[in-house]
Design a protein around this ligand. Structure first.
Ligand SMILES: Cc1cc2nc3c(=O)[nH]c(=O)nc-3n(C[C@H](O)[C@H](O)[C@H](O)COP(=O)(O)OP(=O)(O)OC[C@H]3O[C@@H](n4cnc5c(N)ncnc54)[C@H](O)[C@@H]3O)c2cc1C
Length: 471
């Protein structure tokens, strides 16, 4: 992408980085790139922006990086605009893209309702980044291909960003966009581990067998990728709760939600939503519209829940909520259902107890005994919460610049991205995206990340550079 060239050339721009406010963004996945776009479009005065990530390919993180051009995003075009206040921006970009229009000529007048491959969304994000950068001759952007190992206060209200490089630079503002961490370990494929088990490795199944762990979009992505690339062995999906992603509808599923006052207790909320879905279906709408409507209320509902009920939600309801909010395009859902009905792919509910030299041992739901499952390959597609034990997270938590949210799913974060410690915002320190999932429902999804990135950029503009006006 052109953006890679832009990165290095603009580092040598004529503005003097040391005299300008300095902003660090840690992580160059979607959240980091989105934050950079929002800053460039919102903070009007000159500034120096440094983007840290050991992933030197600027891959765009998990949602955008894809080895398969056929991999489809699970959100409609209408929900993927990276422009604040212009929901049609992605659609307009597609309409202006001659190659795309040739490939998909039938979508007239627009593409808002369709699902596109990740690679196309990635191109769009990079192009908007390049344009935002090209429009700002007054800023400098620098890319550092190192992991950040720590952030601490220094020189009063500034931050020292520690990496393996000899110079640990100072910043006025630091934005964490570290998502699911470095290397996305949950997506690693391994053979059965050679642990201390006395079982000798041998072929225990008649034909190739792969175990996929998890139940979200990553599992479906991996399953369909394997089939596309010709794998015809047995696949077993092992999921704790057994809820695979539901399907989008063919129609728009515009958000609907009852205007009635919502209950504030978890059990009442669940009943309310079920009833709303039933009523929507009876009125010729669909439950997907209600789930889309619910997203507009999720934050206030979540904030009002007592900690104990948040924990209950996390233990018992999060998996089912996720399977209804992270939906598959209909065509992919049909393929998933076909896979499961043909018997070559099996969904099993249970927990993995341990990995063995020949597969795994699981504890199926409803049984007290353990069961060995033999497999040649185990692929962990589970969605792990961000790791709070990394050196970076430890440095923040130990120095009280950040604290875990009450569920320990990530860091306590405000809607505008400020890190919060004991109800007080840490000035100059922000987190965008999945790190805030314990504080803000759905903050791992593109529309919510976009909104938060602009809110953060506006906060930075107003708070630290009050002379700025929005561009
Ligand atoms: C398969 C899949 C499909 C999805 N589909 C959709 C969809 O259709 N619609 C939707 O709305 N959402 C979707 N999402 C969700 C959403 O887009 C992701 O949650 C979002 O992309 C997260 O991006 P991120 O940049 O925060 O995190 P990540 O992608 O995890 O990127 C984080 C980056 O930070 C870097 N990093 C981590 N620690 C450090 C450190 N210490 N120092 C320097 N760098 C560091 C990592 O190397 C990485 O590059 C999908 C997610 C997945 C996984």
């Amino acid at each position: 992408m052109t953006v890679r060239g832009l990165f290095s050339s603009r580092v040598a721009a004529s503005a003097q980085p040391s005299a300008m406010p300095r902003i660090a963004v840690i992580g160059r996945g979607f959240s980091g790139m989105m934050t950079a776009i929002a800053l460039m479009k919102t903070v009007r005065t000159p500034f120096h922006l440094q983007l840290f990530d050991p992933n030197s390919t600027v891959s765009g993180g998990q949602a955008l990086a894809s080895g398969h051009s056929s991999e489809i995003l699970n959100s409609r075009v209408r929900d993927l605009s990276v422009s604040s206040g212009d929901a049609d921006d992605f659609n307009d970009w597609l309409c202006a893209n001659a190659a795309f229009r040739t490939a998909v000529p039938a979508a007239i007048p627009g593409f808002q309702q369709i699902f596109v491959p990740k690679s196309i969304f990635s191109d769009y994000v990079y192009e908007r980044f390049s344009e935002a950068l090209a429009a700002r001759r007054d800023i400098t952007v620098q890319v550092s291909n190192e992991p950040v190992l720590g952030v601490r206060r220094s020189h009063g209200s500034r931050f020292l960003v520690e990496s393996a490089s000899a110079s640990n630079p100072l910043f006025d503002t630091v934005i964490l966009a570290t998502g699911y961490g470095i290397g996305n370990p949950q997506l690693q494929a391994t053979g059965p581990a050679d642990l201390s088990s006395p079982v000798r490795a041998r072929r225990l199944v008649a034909r190739p067998h792969t175990v996929l762990l998890g139940s979200g979009l990553r599992v479906v992505d991996r399953l369909l990728q394997m089939r596309e690339s010709g794998y015809n062995g047995q696949i077993t999906i092992i999921s704790k709760h057994g809820f695979l992603p539901q399907s989008h509808t063919r129609n728009n599923a515009d958000p609907v939600f009852p205007a009635d006052e919502m209950p504030t207790r978890l059990s009442g909320i669940v009943r309310f939503i079920r009833q709303a879905c039933r009523e929507a279906e009876a009125a010729g709408q669909n439950w997907q519209s209600v789930m889309n409507g619910l997203r507009k209320h999720a934050r206030s509902l979540w904030r009002a829940l007592p900690a104990r009920e948040k924990q209950q939600f996390n233990r018992h309801l999060r998996a089912i909520y996720d399977s209804h909010r992270n939906r598959l395009p209909e065509a992919l859902h049909v393929r998933l259902r076909r896979e499961l009905s043909e018997g070559n792919t099996l969904l099993r509910r249970g927990q993995v107890v341990r990995v063995t030299p020949t597969g795994i041992v699981m504890k199926p739901v409803g049984r007290t005994d353990e069961e060995p499952v033999y497999a040649g390959q185990i692929i962990d597609c589970r969605c792990q919460a961000p790791d709070l034990d990394t050196p970076l997270m430890r440095s923040l938590i130990d120095s009280r610049l950040a604290m875990p949210d009450e569920l320990h799913l990530g860091l306590a974060v405000s809607a505008t991205g400020e890190l919060v410690v004991d109800d007080r915002a840490t000035e100059g320190l922000f987190a965008i995206g999945p790190l805030g999932l314990g504080s803000l429902p759905d903050i791992d999804l593109v529309p919510e990340i976009v909104t938060q990135a602009y809110a953060t950029a506006e906060g930075i503009s107003a708070r630290f550079y009050p002379q700025c006006q929005a561009v």
